[in-house]
Design a protein around this ligand. Structure first.
Ligand SMILES: NC(=O)c1ccc[n+]([C@@H]2O[C@H](COP(=O)([O-])OP(=O)(O)OC[C@H]3O[C@@H](n4cnc5c(N)ncnc54)[C@H](OP(=O)(O)O)[C@@H]3O)[C@@H](O)[C@H]2O)c1
Length: 278
């Protein structure tokens, strides 16, 4: 299988580079495959002739998206439409990575794929439009995930470890619930999904749920660090973008499709701490 991966410098693309090694992988840098340029997408897809395109590239800075809505829309939505057209022309499978932030967070049980969406941020709205654009390709898989992190990349784990290294007291929000998900677990699941040709919309997060504060506590426990960690509310920590208070995603549909490679979030965290490099 020949796979073209966008967003090569990002944390999920890095995991795919490590885990999909037995396949023919092409991960062009942004200078070659700039998602903001339709001509670049068309020519790279035509040159590479992929069987599958994994769109890991996105404007992921949720707060910046509020002020830069036009750019967010271009990268998270319009570019996905261009990828969908290019994949359609080649009959390639388009795997679009989407987000729990398509929901408003007022739910009280894990969200299923068919539940109504209602994003509360520019990021969430543009990613939802990206899902609609991806669905224009007749062979598409839209994998919604959440709270992505790993030993590498800009993410909550590394932010917490850097803060702890500075010896600072920390306040972390304890009223947003979700599922921390490792890039490596998602990359393993996506590999099987691509090999087996899964299609449609599928929720793909680690199992279980916690809050950001619970996640921080688990990180420090796993690292054996003693940190002055305190819970706070979302209202105490205002940000430009609103986040869903509850964004746990149900894995029922995924489990019905084939092998379930998404571990409990605590087991996934333990793996990252014990084996940072793949
Ligand atoms: N991170 C999360 O918690 C999370 C949760 C749910 C879903 N997701 C989704 O999962 C996917 C992977 O996210 P991630 O965590 O791996 O994000 P990431 O580390 O921020 O990677 C995204 C990559 O896309 C690149 N990019 C931005 N604009 C681009 C452009 N015009 N052309 C080509 N590449 C461009 C970024 O480069 P620069 O850094 O240079 O801008 C970055 O390397 C994304 O679709 C994201 O929306 C992420």
């Amino acid at each position: 299988m020949r796979a073209l991966v966008t967003g090569a410098s990002g944390q999920l693309a890095h995991a795919i580079r490590q885990i999909w090694g037995e396949h023919d992988l092409i991960l062009p840098e942004e200078s070659v495959l700039d998602l903001g340029r339709q001509a670049a997408i068309q020519s790279v897809v035509a040159d590479v002739r992929p069987d599958v395109v994994v769109n890991c590239g996105a404007f992921t800075q949720v707060d910046r998206c509020e002020a830069e809505a036009e750019l967010a829309s271009l990268i998270n939505a319009t570019a996905v439409g261009w990828l969908a057209e290019a994949c359609e022309a080649r009959k390639a499978l388009l795997i679009q990575i989407s987000t729990d932030y398509v929901f408003d967070g007022t739910g009280t049980r894990p969200y299923r794929e068919e539940d109504p969406t209602n994003p509360v941020s520019v990021y969430g709205r543009t990613k939802l439009e990206g899902e609609r654009q991806a669905a224009r390709c007749s062979r598409h898989l839209i994998a919604r995930t959440s709270w992505l992190y790993d030993a590498w990349g800009k993410n909550f784990l590394n932010t917490m470890l850097n803060a702890a290294a500075q010896g600072r007291a920390l306040r972390v929000v304890d009223d947003q619930r979700g599922a921390p998900t490792t890039c490596r677990a998602l990359a393993r699941q996506l590999k099987v999904a691509a090999e087996e040709g899964w299609q449609g919309l599928v929720h793909t997060t680690c199992a279980g749920e916690t809050t950001w504060h619970g996640f921080a506590r688990a990180i420090f426990e796993a690292k054996g660090l003693s940190v002055d960690l305190n819970p706070c509310g979302t209202a105490d920590y205002p940000t430009p973008a609103q986040r869903p208070a509850y964004s746990v995603l149900s894995g029922d549909r995924r489990r019905s499709l084939g092998p379930d490679l998404m571990p409990e979030w605590q087991d996934a965290l333990r793996e990252v701490i014990q084996q940072p490099a793949l």
